[in-house]
Design a protein around this ligand. Structure first.
Ligand code: GLY
Length: 435
């Protein structure tokens, strides 16, 4: 069997590794990710939105299936443009991620429950009124911003005036590419990610993951694409129980049921939830694997990935199995990331040594030239420790990170650590009056 991956971050490296186990892998990448380049039969470098070029490469390879990692090509309609079997939603269904207004209206029409109050606004007056009508708000650009466009009152926004100014800026500058801003009620709780494979009828859920979007320790600083994430050996999270999980999954099942009336969603559906005192609330959908969350779940995958992809395309998806282990993923990023990242630096990492320590290494935004690996201004490597307990997985990740010999890279040491996890548990207990 032949397969083609489109994309070249750490998420795609994790996907590519799994694809290469059960198929002959080809890759269309925008930068030479050394990890992907090493495991594929052949790669082509180009713009991930240049569908003509991708199609030409696919014509040469004739893959049995194509897997698209990032949201950009899905939002632009790669599934419709390539005349191959692509695991991912078409352009219209990709709007669940690329147009937050579309997603929110979908929730209102088809789910009717399980999400925070919101208004989708296309003018400043609408946004201003929506902000005035709510107590505390979150301001979200309507389009794609790689996780960096969302601003929250009490964090990046100090007051309602700040929220209004930011909403005006989003509309005027078309941040996210469309003139739309979502004003959402700020709700209190703990965020978590539920990802599921789906063939458009059935869902095969993956272990739950908690991502950490703030740049600095203790959830401080600006938003990033994600600094690291963890998952637990029971596939739940330390602050969340099986009933919460069931409720979140039901919301996603109802979503796929609603979509079935008019179309077919094939691929990975990512639910971004907030666990509140009243149970899980859906904040957003992504139409692909999460980054870094893909690294957690794919490190545990037992079922052959290519078989899963073919069953998604054939419409006969069955259960997908994962090891009962905990994972802790941490990103190494250039000093100063994300606001003032230090420029290119050569860096040496020993993948084999890291693997011998019980961890996995995924190359992110690095480039290989003449056999040397250079960082860029974005996230550089994802390192995932895997063990029976979270504690042990976290220690493995830290030990593996200590082998990366660079004073140009930093990471969040608190992710997956006892202290931060205890804080999450305490937060949920307080909210649920469980003391
Ligand atoms: N981890 C957040 C995302 O993938 O969008």
């Amino acid at each position: 069997m032949k397969s083609l991956i489109v994309g070249n971050g750490a998420r795609e490296h994790a996907i590519a590794e799994r694809m290469a186990e059960g198929s002959e892998l080809y890759a269309f990448i925008s930068k030479k990710n050394p990890g992907i380049a090493k495991i594929c039969k052949e790669f082509e470098i180009g713009d991930l939105l240049d569908f003509d070029k991708i199609k030409k490469f696919a014509d040469k390879v004739e893959p049995d299936y194509v897997f698209v990692g990032p949201e950009g090509p899905l939002a632009k309609g790669i599934v419709d443009a390539l005349e191959y079997e692509v695991v991912g939603p078409n352009e219209n269904l990709a709007k669940l991620e690329s147009d937050k207004g579309f997603c929110k209206e979908f929730m209102k029409r088809h789910l009717g429950r399980g999400y925070p109050q919101f208004e989708v606004c296309t003018s400043y007056t609408e946004a201003k009124n929506a902000i005035d009508a709510l107590d505390k708000v979150v301001v979200k650009p309507g389009g794609l911003t790689a996780g960096k466009g969302v601003k929250v009152m009490g964090q990046q926004l100090e007051s309602k005036e700040d929220a209004k100014e930011y909403a005006r800026e989003v509309l005027e500058k078309k941040i996210g590419g469309i003139e739309k801003v979502v004003i959402e009620e700020k709700i209190n709780g703990e965020e978590f990610t539920l990802q599921a494979f789906t063939d458009g009828v059935r869902l095969a859920p993956m272990p739950l993951v908690q991502d950490h979007k703030h740049a600095y320790e203790n959830d401080a600083g600006p938003m990033t694409g994600g600094m690291g994430s963890y998952s637990d050996s029971d596939h739940l999270l330390p602050f969340l129980n099986a009933t919460d999980h069931k409720e979140a999954l039901k919301i996603m099942e109802d979503t796929i049921d609603a979509i079935r009336k008019t179309g077919r969603y094939r691929g990975v559906l990512y639910g971004g939830f907030m666990l509140t005192k009243d149970g899980p609330k859906l904040l957003e959908y992504n139409v692909r694997f999460g980054d870094p969350e893909a690294m957690n779940v794919l490190s545990l995958l037992k079922t052959d990935f290519s078989d899963v992809c073919i069953s998604i395309l054939d419409g006969n998806l069955k259960n997908v199995e994962f090891e009962q282990k905990a994972t802790v993923c941490k990103y190494l990023v250039p000093k100063g990331y994300p606001t003032h990242p230090e420029p290119l630096a050569e860096v040496f990492v020993d993948k084999k040594r890291i693997e011998e320590m019980g961890a996995r290494l995924y190359y992110a935004s690095v480039n290989e030239r003449n056999g040397k690996v250079y960082t860029s201004t974005s996230r550089s490597f994802g390192i995932v420790g895997i063990a029976k307990t979270l504690d042990e997985a976290e220690r493995i990740t830290e030990r593996a990170i200590s082998t990366v010999n660079s004073d140009k890279l930093v990471h969040r040491s608190d992710i997956g650590g006892k202290e931060l996890i205890e804080k999450r548990i305490k937060h949920m207990r307080e909210l649920r009056d469980e003391f």
